[in-house]
Design a protein around this ligand. Sequence first.
Ligand code: R5P
Length: 294
Amino acid sequence: MADKDGLKVAKDYLAEVPFANMGDFHVKGAKNLDWGMKKHLSNIFDPKTGKTVMFAFDHGYFMGSTAGLERLDLIVPTLTPYVDVVMATRGALRTCVPAECGCGVALRTTSGSSMINDDLSHEVVAVDIEDAIRMNADCMAVQTFIGADGQLSSIDNLSQVINAGFKYSIPTMGVVAVGKEMERTDRFFKLATRIVAEMGCQIVKSYYCENFEEVVAACPVPIVVAGGKKLPEDEALTLAYKCIQGGAAGVDMGRNIFQSTHPVEMAQAVRKVVHEGFTDKEAYQFFQDLAHRK
Ligand code: R5P
C-alpha cells in the first residue's frame, strides 16, 4: 500500500471527455466482459439509451413494512410496466412480483441491519449464488460501508459475491451506503465509488452530490443513483435530471416513486427524463397532466 503521506489530491477528472474504452457496447467498463455478463447488463441498461430506470423496493430488508410498501403484492405489479429493473429481496420477488413482468432483476444479496438496533453497517451475504442463478438475477446488490465500522466485512461480502458472479457471469452492483457518521460530499463519493468499482463490480449504486460529473468520470463502471428521502415530485424529477445530466447511467429510485401521490405517473415521468431527454420541467408537466387526467 502506498504511503499516505505526500499523496497528491486527485483533481484532473476531465469530466467532459467520454469514457475511452466503450468499444461497441453500451455499458461503461463492460467491453471486455463475456457474453453472459453482457446479456445480463443489457437486461438492465437499455441498449437504445444505455440507461436504466430501476425501481427499488428492497427497503423491507432493514426497515420492515415501509410507508407505500405495505402491500407489495398490490403496488409492485402496477409499476413493473414502466420500469426497466426491479430491485428487491428474494422474498419480495418470489411472493409479490409476477415472473412474467419482463423487468430485469437486481437481487439484494446482503442483509443483517435493522432499524431497531440502529446498527446499519454490519451485514452478511444472505443469498448464495445458486439462488441468484435460480432467480435469473441480472445483478446481485451488495451493501458496502466505506469509512464505517463495517467496512472490512462489507468488502469481504462484496468480494465473495463478485467472485461468485464472475464464475457464473452474473454482474454485481456495489451499493455505497451513507450513514449518520459519513459525509455526503464528492470527496467521500469519489473515494467510495472508486473503491467499490476497483473491487470488480460491474455497477455502482450511489448518491447525487456536488461535482457529480467528477464522481462519474473517476468511476470506470456505470453509476445509478438512489432517490433518497421522499421529495416533492418536481424536486425528485430535478434530482433525476441532474443525475442524468451529470452522467449517471440511470436512477434506482424507491420512495420518490412508491410514496408519490401518483406512483405510476411518477414512474412514467422519471422514465421520460432517463430515456427520452425530457428536462425536469417537461417531465413535471407530463406528470401533472397524467395525474390530473385520473
Ligand atoms: C438501499 O440501500 C435501499 O434499500 C434502497 O434500495 C435505496 O435507498 C433506493 O431507494 P430510495 O430511492 O428510497 O432511497
